[in-house]
Design a protein around this ligand. Structure first.
Ligand SMILES: [Zn+2]
Length: 526
């Protein structure tokens, strides 16, 4: 069974799912703090929760998928791609109080949120969005939990110590408040909850953030205060009545933040924690890097590399416990297209297994009902053809397919060509970039065996035009006929035409070169 169905069936068996009704649907939740350009890693949560929501709905379980755009965490670092001087003064403020880097957005969080939401939409995920400040804290929805956490602060401190080993000072409270003088939230420390207000001092100076020294008392309700994040996490489950919420596996270790939040939910808020899906990382080029570094590591950059179905395939095809790793500057882009095409091939052959289900669920929801699996030319072939000015893509694709392309196949081909050109221009390694050579490569000496092979190949070309398969078969014969080692043979061909040691599949490659050009080049080797 496909992993997402297996999880959905487990959720279906929970008490919460069985009790869900149209009026009180099962609540699924995920969130992201909008502290800058969002890393592709955060799309894993978007996709896993989104897919489970879709599957549960298809099983008849009424559910709502909420996505929290966290605009209430503090602005703790100015990302490298922003003007340091301009944004430094805002360090320590809640994100919704930091100005947008560009005009047209209410604040910093909305600006980065809009870019991230567009990526969700491309992959076909459409959660119900809400904002941490406006919809939770300022709306008073967290007040009940804030009161409980403050009243039972000693128990919160005990749980931190027992579960994670983190020791909080006597009198420490699980809230920070917004300084009434400077508007920062990262700089305050709180003490002495009297039932309605807490005392605070603006006296913390983490990293480059500066406090103003103000002291006072404030009622921690309606957005004046924010819970410390592990308590905040548990409180959100209560406020939103969350029943399903996964998290990155880095949070899910024993004694980790999820463990602490689970204890707080049960012991402080008397709430059963949601069904967990501890998922693996999404790496970029083997690294779990921040989105401020590394080209291609943001959700937006990664989404530009793939059409919607391919992008969704990237996000949902791997089981949640397996790492995803994509290097836009390596082979993983062509490899992902190949994996998708292999899946499509299995669908066309009528093989009903996980791959068929994977392919179906990789289509945008509105296309799943009649998801065929049209034939597509391999990405590496498309990427080669678009670099050859003498070739017409649709003609070559029909030759590879062995039949004319349908209208749908032609549309997909044009789409793939656009993505291939983008990848070649923005990320592709040199070995995918080809230029046909009009002269013999300088300094390259052909061996006697290579010369003999080329001479026999020339005779074959002189006899008429050939398909890729016919060229492939002839090259195979040449290995024993000359005789010549395969590597030596292929090096000669790629050197002669492309001045490099490797290239596209040799038989197919020779079949797409113009006859005159082939003969001219082959004749030059004597
Ligand atoms: Zn202050």
């Amino acid at each position: 069974m496909f992993w997402a169905d297996r999880i959905a069936k487990e959720i279906q068996e929970t008490k919460a799912a069985k009790e869900a009704t149209a009026e009180k649907p099962l609540i699924i939740r995920d969130e992201k703090t909008l502290s800058g350009r969002v890393h592709i890693g955060s799309m894993r949560g978007v996709a896993i929760h989104g897919l489970e929501s879709e599957l549960l709905a298809s099983y008849g379980i009424p559910n709502t998928y909420f996505y929290e755009l966290n605009d209430f965490d503090d602005f703790d670092t100015v990302p490298g791609y922003l003007d340091q001087e301009k944004f430094k003064e805002h360090l320590g403020k809640p994100l919704h109080k930091v100005p947008s880097p560009e005009a047209g957005f209410d604040n910093y969080a909305e600006y980065f949120g809009a870019e991230f939401i567009a990526v969700h939409q491309k992959a076909g995920f459409t959660p119900v969005y809400y904002r941490t400040h406006k919809d939770l804290y300022a709306a008073g929805k967290m007040d009940e939990c804030i009161r409980l956490a403050l009243t039972k602060a000693a128990d919160v401190r005990r749980i931190y110590k027992e579960v994670s080993g983190s020791v909080k000072a006597e009198g420490w409270l699980p809230v920070t408040v917004i300084c009434e003088s400077c508007g920062k939230i990262r700089t305050t420390s709180t003490s002495d909850f009297d039932g309605e207000t807490v005392a605070y001092a603006c006296n913390q100076n983490p990293d480059d953030t500066r406090s103003c020294g103000h002291t006072g008392r404030i009622a921690p309700w309606k957005g004046n205060a924010k819970l410390h994040w592990k308590v905040d996490w548990a409180a959100k489950w209560v406020a939103m009545q969350v029943k399903v919420e996964g998290g990155g596996k880095d949070h899910s270790t024993k004694g980790g933040s999820r463990d602490v939040a689970n204890h707080i939910a049960r012991e402080i808020f008397n709430y059963e924690p949601p069904f967990d899906i501890p998922y693996e990382f999404f790496l970029v080029g083997g690294k779990k890097m921040s989105s401020s570094k590394g080209r291609g590591s943001s959700a937006h950059d990664m989404s530009e590399l793939f059409p919607p179905a391919l992008f969704r395939f990237l996000l949902v095809s791997k089981e949640y416990g397996q790492q995803i790793d994509v290097d836009p500057e390596g082979d993983s882009v062509p490899r992902l297209y190949d994996a998708y095409d292999d899946c499509a091939e299995k669908v066309r052959q009528g093989i009903a297994d996980d791959f068929t289900r994977m392919f179906e669920l990789s289509q945008l929801p509105e296309n799943q009902a009649d998801a065929g699996a049209p034939w597509q030319m391999r990405f590496s072939q498309v990427a080669f053809i678009v670099q050859m000015p003498h070739l017409v893509l649709a003609t070559e694709a029909a030759a590879v397919k062995g039949a004319p392309l349908t209208e749908e196949e032609l549309t997909l081909l044009e789409e793939r060509a656009r993505y291939a050109k983008f990848w070649l221009g923005a990320y592709a390694p040199e070995r995918y970039k080809y230029e046909l050579q009009n002269t013999l490569p300088e300094g390259f000496e052909f061996t006697d065996a290579q010369k003999k092979a080329i001479s026999l190949l020339r005779a074959f070309v002189e006899a008429g035009t050939h398909t890729g398969d016919e060229f492939h078969a002839r090259l195979h014969e040449l290995k024993s006929e000359v005789p010549i080692e395969p590597k030596e043979l292929f090096t000669a061909i790629y050197r002669l035409f492309l001045n490099r040691d490797s290239g596209p599949k040799a038989g197919w490659f020779l079949s797409v070169l113009p006859q005159d050009f082939l003969l001219a080049r082959l004749s030059e080797v004597q």
